[in-house]
Design a protein around this ligand. Structure first.
Ligand code: BES
Ligand code: MN
Ligand code: ZN
Length: 492
């Protein structure tokens, strides 16, 4: 997808060269421009969030220019999240009308400008590289190429340009994660993800890449990860991307992302219906990799080791079988009683590796359990933690970015479910109870009591109902991880 230019300007919003200008309207308020206020009075333009009205005016030079009046809700309730939603509604309508350039008059300054950039760029995201283009395709209007944020008066202490640029960088990374998610599993293999990580490392001096192939993973003692990978011809990869920001204190963070490029379930095979969605089972890894790119671009002063275990989960003559016992990197033995509970197997080794690498605070993102969709739907990710402070930071980053999460408990009684009959642990309990929590308790056995938050993104990685991401791949986690890194970096 060609990238959209984002600029900012201090000055008169009506003096824009854009073909479409956008004026926000608050509920119960009037618009300063008489012509537009007439639309409000006639009831055509409404202040309710997501309402959009379109009119035209003569631009300098005589050309016709589009004006969109966008409802923003109540002024004192405007937030970055509402700005994302409003901007998405505008982007959708403007795009359908063939707009190529948008100019938004910034209505408020409390993170709203960033929200406008995010909502616009996320909504305009498309994944159509596998569709043939026909020359006379009337269904595809020209694409929006630029977004301007303009304000007559920028309050002191507000860096509008900086805020817009940061939002552009982070959103571009999020859209890149969506590209990785959407790319079919015959292309987006573990090697493909490793190549993408290599590209990022070549782009940024602060990023260094190390990868381990099948033999390397085995040599590290990762018996759990290896057991998932043994069933596929596709070379697995342990992708380790290290970010060294400007020196200083602050703890060494570990970002871990599940990247099963296709999850058939293995010998415990999944039903055929919707199995194609399992190309998205690498969403955690995609978010982690692209967030690292954005963090490097923003030169956040922090140290991060990203660990992305990647493989297919396939049934074959050499697949791991129910009942097989494997040994993870930290020496714990695991009965693999359901080969479809593969995520926790590769994460077990990846988490142990992050601990081994000296990560002091760890967060993992994984499309881990179907049960989290039952519990939380496609609105909140599931959060699980062994440390209230670190949890507070992750939850804070979730709330700030709109990638929201909800905490579920851990408890020794749940841990009982993870005990194996013939080995230390089992990856699938026979009881259909608290399946998402049970998975988290399993992962907890591999973090060596380091502060850790597990984020189950099975419900939000795709199929969200949030206006600005639509219901396809969401890139969930990129904004949250960048925010988390920036907060951790500014704390020392
Ligand atoms: N990748 C799936 C989880 C998943 C399911 C994500 C549906 C998104 C939509 C994971 O590997 C899995 O298969 N989990 C099993 C675990 C079970 C076998 C203990 C599940 O949740 O059903
Ligand atoms: Mn599975
Ligand atoms: Zn899976």
């Amino acid at each position: 997808m060609p990238s959209i230019t984002v600029t900012t300007r201090q000055g008169d919003p009506t003096q824009t060269v854009a073909d479409t200008r956008v004026v926000g309207l608050f509920e119960g308020e009037a618009l300063a421009e008489e012509r537009l206020q007439a639309l409000v009075e006639s009831g055509e333009a409404k202040g309710k969030l997501e309402k959009v009205a379109v009119t035209h005016e003569e631009a300098p030079g005589g050309a016709l220019r589009r004006v969109i009046v966008a409802g923003l809700g109540k002024r004192d309730e405007l937030s970055a999240e509402k700005a994302r939603t409003a901007a998405a509604g505008v982007a959708e309508r403007a795009g359908a009308l063939g707009a190529r350039s948008l100019s938004w008059a910034v209505p408020e300054f409390d993170g709203v400008a960033a929200g406008l950039v995010e909502g616009t760029l996320l909504k305009l995201y498309k994944f159509d590289r596998y569709k043939s283009k026909s020359e006379d395709d009337e269904d595809s209007p020209p694409e929006v190429e630029s977004l301007e944020l303009v304000s007559e008066r920028i309050p002191e202490g507000i860096d509008l340009q900086g805020e817009a640029e940061r939002a552009r960088i982070v959103t571009t990374a999020q859209n890149a994660a969506r590209d990785l998610q959407n790319t079919p599993a015959n292309v987006a293999t573990p090697t493909f993800l490793a190549d993408r990580a290599r590209e990022l490392a070549e782009e940024h001096e602060s990023l260094t890449l190390e990868t381990f192939d099948r033999e390397g993973i085995r040599s590290l003692g990762m018996g759990a990860f290896s057991s998932v990978a043994q069933g596929t011809y596709e070379e697995p990869q342990l992708i380790v991307l290290r970010y060294a920001g400007a020196a200083g204190g602050g703890s060494h963070l570990g970002f871990v992302g599940k990247a099963v490029t296709f999850d058939t379930g293995g010998i415990s095979i999944k039903p055929a219906a919707k199995m194609q969605e399992m190309k998205f089972d690498m969403s955690g890894g995609a978010a982690v990799l692209e967030a690292m790119g954005a963090i490097a671009t923003l030169a956040v002063p922090v140290q991060i080791t990203a660990v992305v275990p990647s493989t297919e989960n396939m049934p074959s003559g050499r697949s791991v079988k129910p009942g097989d016992i494997v040994t993870a990197m930290n020496g714990k033995t695991i009965e693999v009683n359901n080969t479809d509970a593969e995520g926790r197997l590769l994460l077990a080794d990846a988490l142990a590796y992050a601990v081994d690498q000296g990560c002091e605070r760890i967060v993992d993102l994984a499309t881990l359990t179907g049960a989290i969709i039952v519990a939380l739907g496609a609105t909140h990710a599931g959060l699980f933690s062994n440390d209230d402070d670190w949890y507070g930071e992750v939850e804070g980053a979730c709330s700030t970015t709109g990638e929201i999460g909800w905490r579920l408990p851990l408890h020794p009684e749940y841990f009982e479910l993870t005990k194996g009959k013939y080995a230390d642990l089992t990856n699938a309990s026979e009881q259909r109870k608290a399946m998402s929590i049970y998975a988290a308790e399993f992962l907890r056995q591999f973090v060596d009591d380091r502060p850790w938050v597990h984020v189950d993104i099975a419900g939000v990685a795709w199929g969200m109902t949030r206006k600005y991401v639509g219901n396809g791949a969401s890139g969930w986690g990129v904004r949250m991880l960048v925010e988390l890194a920036q907060k951790a970096g500014s704390k020392r």
